[in-house]
Design a protein around this ligand. Structure first.
Ligand code: SF4
Length: 302
C-alpha cells in the first residue's frame, strides 16, 4: 500500500515510531512498530530511547501518559478527536468530593483517565494489573474510578471494599456485550472458551472462562487448546488474535462492539500527523509531575 510506504519513509526521515493499541484498525496495527494494551504501550513509551517522535495511535489519555512518562519526546495523536468518553467521566471535582466523603481512603485511578484526574490519585492501574495494584495497598477500602465494572471485578478478586467513583462510570463499547449473546453462541459452539474484558458487566464476566486485559486475552488465546474462542472486547483485538493464531476461530461476542474513538486514527491521518508533526500532546508541568508519580507507583509493582 502506497500510503503505508510513505509513512514508513517519513518514520525513518523523522526518527519516529508508531505505537498502536490493540483496538486500532487492522491496517494501522499492521504498520505499527509496537502493538499492545495500555500498560504495554505506556511502558514502551517510557523506555523509548532512540526515537524523537512517538505517534500514538490510540486515544487521548494514552497519548497523555506517553507525554508524561517521556517528556523528552514529541508525542503525536493523529486524530485530536480520538477522546475516550470513559476518561471524561472522572472529573477532578468528583475525586475531591469522594476524598472528602472518605477521608484517608487511597484513590486508585484506571489509566483510562485524563492527566488531571491521575494527578489527584495515589496510584494508577490498568485492566491488566488493577487487582495487583489494589491488593498491594495496605488499606481495606479504596476509591476506584472511572469504570464501575472494573471496580466490581477488583472487589470480587481482592475481597476489599472498592468504592466506584463516579458510581456509574462505564465504557460505552464494552457495555454493549450482553449475557444473552454469549448464551446463544455457547449453544452454537459448546466447546468454545469465552474470553471477557473486565470493562464488561459482571453478568457478562460471570460467563467467562477467562477475564483479562486485551494483551492477557491474546496470551491466553495463544496457550489455549480450544479451537474456537468467543471474545468479548473491542473488535480490533480480533485482527491480532487471528494473525497470531491462524488455526483457531475467533468469534466476537457482539458484532457491533466497535469503539468509534479508537477507529478515528486512519492511515491518512497518521501520515498527515507525521508529515506536519501535529497534533502534539502536551500536559502542563505541575499536572504532569503529580500524574507521573501515580503512574510510576504502578510501574514499581512490576
Ligand atoms: S474502548 Fe471504551 S475505554 Fe477504550 S477508548 Fe473506547 S470508549 Fe474508551
Amino acid at each position: 500500500m502506497i500510503l503505508a510506504e510513505e509513512i514508513a519513509k517519513l518514520k525513518k526521515e523523522k526518527n519516529a515510531i508508531i505505537l498502536a493499541h490493540n483496538y486500532q484498525r487492522p491496517e494501522v496495527q499492521d504498520m505499527a512498530d509496537y502493538i499492545g494494551d495500555s500498560i504495554e504501550l505506556s511502558r514502551k513509551a517510557m523506555e523509548e530511547l532512540e526515537a524523537k517522535i512517538i505517534v500514538f495511535a490510540a486515544v487521548d489519555f494514552m497519548a497523555e501518559s506517553a507525554a508524561i512518562l517521556n517528556p523528552e519526546k514529541k508525542v503525536l495523536l493523529p486524530s485530536p478527536g480520538a477522546r475516550c468518553p470513559m476518561a471524561q467521566m472522572l472529573t477532578v471535582e468528583e475525586i475531591k468530593r469522594a476524598k472528602t466523603q472518605h477521608p484517608g481512603v487511597p484513590v486508585v485511578v484506571y489509566v483510562n483517565t485524563l492527566a488531571k484526574a491521575k494527578a489527584q490519585s495515589d496510584i494508577c492501574c490498568t485492566s491488566a494489573n488493577a487487582v495487583q495494584v489494589v491488593a498491594s495497598l495496605k488499606a481495606d477500602k479504596v476509591l476506584f474510578g472511572p469504570d464501575r465494572n472494573l471496580a466490581e471485578y477488583v472487589q470480587r478478586q481482592t475481597g476489599k471494599t472498592v468504592i466506584p467513583i463516579p458510581e456509574w462510570g462505564f465504557c460505552p463499547t464494552h457495555l454493549l456485550f450482553q449475557p444473552e449473546d454469549i448464551q446463544i453462541l455457547k449453544i452454537e459452539q459448546p466447546h468454545a472458551v469465552v474470553l471477557v474484558h473486565p470493562e464488561c458487566t459482571s453478568e457478562v464476566q460471570k460467563m467467562a472462562d477467562f477475564v483479562g486485559s486485551t494483551s492477557q486475552i491474546c496470551r491466553y488465546a495463544k496457550k489455549s487448546c480450544a479451537k474456537t474462542l468467543i471474545v468479548a472486547t473491542e473488535e480490533g483485538v480480533l485482527h491480532r488474535l487471528r494473525k497470531d493464531n491462524p488455526e483457531k476461530t475467533f468469534i466476537l461476542a457482539y458484532a457491533g462492539a466497535v469503539c468509534p474513538n479508537m477507529k478515528l486514527n486512519t492511515l491518512e491521518r497518521i501520515y498527515a500527523s507525521l508529515k506536519e508533526e501535529k497534533y502534539v500532546v502536551k500536559v502542563p508541568a505541575p499536572i504532569a509531575k503529580k500524574a507521573r508519580k501515580a503512574l510510576e507507583r504502578m510501574f514499581e509493582l512490576r
